[in-house]
Write a protein that binds this ligand. Structure first.
Ligand SMILES: NC(=O)c1ccc[n+]([C@@H]2O[C@H](COP(=O)([O-])OP(=O)(O)OC[C@H]3O[C@@H](n4cnc5c(N)ncnc54)[C@H](OP(=O)(O)O)[C@@H]3O)[C@@H](O)[C@H]2O)c1
Length: 220
């Protein structure tokens, strides 16, 4: 299974570095400006990462578009057929441009919106609560942060967790996509807390009380 990360912004860079270091198999990095992606990959010494266009990135089986939420929805609508049967990892938080609120109504989430646009793809929500700078320093006071993983397709959630579990995070199966109504909103609270306590943009989530986040076997 090939993995592609799309976008060379804060999260695109953070994800591609971690995926290249820890995930087995080829990692592809797509950009609107492939030359820039190639230069970035070179400067990060990611020699094994293949760079190219968004179009080429669609060939992967697990696709992580690291776009602003509105751009994500436009991209999904334009590539609906090409994304059929693939795992599309949604990392988006639908904040307003001034970070004062959300572009989704109560009772809605970006992840569910994406799945509605891509009914024949398997949307998996992940990394929404982990700010980009945490990827650079993922261990804090000897602990790793949690990544809540959601999805309506149980097998896709398992495949994603199995593939990404070597990354320095604790991946927790966090249920259905509808839980992103809470997960996405919590990210804005994290942002406020990071600013209040002077750690911005270094903040992530850790759920207290779960000893081992072991996945229960899939029942078929
Ligand atoms: N920043 C965080 O700490 C954080 C944490 C968790 C989740 N998220 C979510 O992750 C996503 C990406 O956030 P980010 O901070 O990485 O954003 P960013 O730094 O602004 O990067 C977004 C990237 O998306 C690509 N893109 C494609 N279409 C675009 C468009 N119409 N307008 C702007 N960019 C477009 C661009 O890459 P190319 O130019 O290479 O094509 C751009 O660099 C968002 O949905 C955000 O909610 C962010």
């Amino acid at each position: 299974m090939k993995i592609s990360v799309l976008g060379t912004g804060n999260m695109g860079k953070a994800l591609v570095k971690q995926a290249a270091a820890h995930v087995e198999g080829q990692v592809f990095w797509g950009s609107r400006n492939p030359e820039e992606a190639a230069e970035l990959a070179k400067s990060f010494q990611l020699n094994q990462v293949v760079t190219g266009s968004y179009e080429e990135a669609l060939q992967a089986d697990i696709i992580i578009p690291a776009f602003p939420a509105a751009a994500l929805m436009e991209w999904a609508a334009a590539n609906k057929e090409r994304l059929e049967h693939k795992i599309v990892v949604d990392i988006s938080n639908p904040f307003t441009s001034d970070f004062s609120g959300f572009t989704t109504a109560w009772g809605e989430s970006s992840a569910e919106g994406l799945q509605a646009l891509l009914p024949d793809s398997k949307v998996v929500g992940a990394f929404k609560n982990t700010f980009f700078s945490v990827f650079e320093n993922p261990v804090f006071q000897d602990q790793q942060s949690d990544v809540l993983v959601t999805g309506d397709d149980e097998e896709a959630v398992h495949q994603f967790i199995e593939r990404f579990s070597p990354l320095p995070f604790r991946f927790i199966h966090a249920g259905k996509l509808a839980n992103n109504r809470t997960i996405e909103r919590f990210t804005l609270l994290e942002l406020e807390l990071a600013v209040r306590y002077g750690t911005y943009p270094y903040i992530s989530l850790q759920v207290f009380g779960i000893k081992e986040a072991v996945l229960a076997p899939l029942t078929k």
